[in-house]
Design a protein around this ligand. Sequence first.
Ligand code: 1GP
Length: 244
Amino acid sequence: MKVQKYIEQKLEQGAVHITLIDPSRQVPEAAGRLAETAQDVGSDLIFVGGSSGVTQRALTETAEVVKERASIPVLFFPTGTESICLNLDAFLMLSLLNSRNSKFISGTQSKVSSVLKRLDVEVLSIGYIMVEPGMKLGEIGEADLVARDNFWQAIGYALTAQYMGMSYVFLEAGNGAAQPVPAGMIRAVKREITVPLIVGGGIRTAIDARRVRQAGADIVVTGTVIETAGYRERLRSILSALKE
Ligand code: 1GP
């Protein structure tokens, strides 16, 4: 089954959870264990990627082990431009709509599109919107961050993504952010769009997850939470808050 169809079916049952695995944070074998745990506790998909400076080797090896250990879909989440992975279940065509550098909006993407077509890779198009504090992801992507109280700007970008025909809108507070995207902003954006809303960055507890979900997130991404001790239980409680 195509990944987009799989997500659609999952969304009919409720919230979808994605575990982000960053290949630069652990050796491939450990990444494989994380993927297995994520799947065990009920995560629906895995993103591999998420930071710049990942070597092609670390990315390829991590992707391979993660694919071996998990049967849920594994997608490539590109953020830098240095390394790329084309043999996973789908490729995220992320367009960072509030970047000052066209490379992150469509430039890098235009360099891989022909290859994706020839390899017949499934591609999911995402309007990626970076909200304060943005963290390293915001810096790398040269984003003009959306201020946390500027709901109108967030709505503007989200609707732009939808009108441009993108399949998802992604509000991102940044990897390791102290707080998730504000609930008020999620609510305001959700009211205006009809495509599924992805929210990520700074979600580390069941309370965060519940708040983000209740505000209207359809799909929730967590990364850092699996890099801390006791991650199985933390992830389990996030999952039960999301799926309740
Ligand atoms: C992916 O940036 C998020 O969208 C992940 O952020 O590491 O803070 O969960 P965290």
